[in-house]
Design a protein around this ligand. Structure first.
Ligand SMILES: Nc1ncnc2c1ncn2[C@@H]1O[C@H](COP(=O)(O)OP(=O)(O)O)[C@@H](O)[C@H]1O
Ligand SMILES: N[C@@H](CCC(=O)OP(=O)(O)O)C(=O)O
Length: 370
């Protein structure tokens, strides 16, 4: 049966010795075109703008300064698309460039717009090639994805993909960074419960040109599996393995998905929005929202972290700080500090005006299943 497949390829697999790894790229393009010709819907999330831009400008290191990085990405993105277009065109596969910023997914209307555009492109048989719009992404304001692993998981959630393939320069996830620890143990299959408990050493920086290392891939796996997407980490230089994995072979590391949340708006609350703060709940409130489908009342809140406004998204966590849900709040952080632990009838007395009975209404609450 045709499937919706998101493939993310990292800089470390796209480049070799600072230049484009053309043979890997060609193999990837052949694989994706074959998947398309069998009726699958295919999206490629490709890093490489900064890496390719550096090669073009003879820069020997990934720039740290934001403006320089953004300028270099502008050089590299065009070059990268030119190479993709040449390769895909020789197989008569049309492609499209989709550049997204975090901001585009926060606004519900632009989130839905992006979704509609993807759907239309896929209906037309096009392979959209997605990257973060690096030249305008605002790093300081947490309004960037930070890495394309997260972006690919959000795209997979947005379009309700069946699979997310994270192609990188190692063949799978290990218990530790295999480059530093020769005794690192390979991990083949992670089910949804194991992912929540998974203890692996991931490093934070990635390889010379990649960002984030395995840590961001695990974050991506959490987001995607929570949205009902099956995830595989596999080696970028052997993209043909994607087809073997789709046929049921256990190659690389696979992460089993949670049941897909029915409600599309709640998926957006869970994954599209950026949480601006954190609310700590007592055990009664955790039970009420997770197991009884109730709204969050002020009485169950024990602590407020961060500064946020009414209608912002927040993380809801248990007393140990473990995230259990995300929700859109009816009160600002300053207001919640005043009403936390109080019964709803007392809210008008405390604040001096009548507000909502709930701090987060159940329609605006997305429970994380892990
Ligand atoms: N537990 C781990 N298992 C596998 N690889 C790991 C682990 N921890 C860190 N790494 C490192 O992560 C790197 C891949 O991350 P990164 O360079 O960001 O890749 P990409 O460019 O594909 O996103 C690998 O080269 C590997 O050295
Ligand atoms: N948007 C950036 C992506 C950076 C990034 O996430 O890189 P990687 O860790 O190699 O996937 C670029 O195109 O260079």
């Amino acid at each position: 049966m045709p499937q919706t497949i998101v493939v993310k390829i990292g800089t470390s697999s796209l480049t070799r010795d600072g230049q484009l790894a053309l043979s890997s790229l060609a193999a990837l393009v052949e694989t994706l075109t074959r998947l398309r010709s069998r009726g699958n819907r295919v999206i490629l999330v490709s890093s490489g703008a900064v890496g390719v831009g550096c090669a073009r400008l003879n820069l020997l290191e990934r720039p740290q300064h934001i403006a320089l990085k953004q300028a270099v990405a502008a050089v590299g993105q065009g070059r990268l698309m030119r190479v993709y277009d040449d390769l895909f065109s020789s197989l008569r596969q049309p492609i499209a460039q989709v550049l997204l910023t975090r901001r585009d997914l926060i606004e519900r209307s632009s989130y839905l717009n992006a979704k509609n555009t993807f759907q239309e492109l896929l209906r037309l048989g096009v392979v959209p090639i997605v990257n973060e719009n690096d030249t305008v992404a605002v790093e300081e304001l947490q309004l960037n994805f930070g890495d394309n692993d997260t972006l690919s998981a959000l795209v997979a959630s947005l379009i309700e993909a069946d699979w997310l393939f994270l192609l990188t320069d190692v063949d799978r996830l290990y218990s530790d960074d295999p480059r530093r620890n020769p005794d690192a143990q390979p991990i083949s299959l992670v089910n949804a419960d194991q992912l929540a408990q998974l203890q692996v050493q991931t490093g934070t920086s990635g390889s010379q040109w990649g960002t984030g290392g395995m840590a961001t891939k695990l974050t991506a796996a959490r987001i995607a599996t929570n949205a009902g997407v099956r995830v595989a980490i596999a080696q970028g230089k052997i993209p043909e393995n994607i087809e073997k994995i789709l046929k049921g072979k256990l190659i690389g590391t696979q992460f089993e998905p949670q049941p897909r949340p029915e409600n599309a708006r709640k998926r957006w609350i869970a994954h599209g929005l950026v949480a601006m703060g954190k609310l700590y709940l007592d055990s009664g409130a955790v039970r009420a929202i997770c197991h009884q489908g109730k709204s969050l009342l002020a009485a169950g809140i024990t602590q407020v972290e961060g500064e946020f406004q009414t209608s912002d998204a927040t993380i809801l966590c248990d007393f140990q700080g473990r995230e259990i849900a995300r929700g859109i709040v009816n009160y600002s952080s300053a207001e919640i500090q005043k009403i936390q632990g109080q019964r709803s009838e007392r809210i008008p007395l405390i604040l001096g005006y009548a507000g909502a009975d709930t701090v987060v209404h159940r329609d605006n609450l997305a429970i994380l299943k892990r």
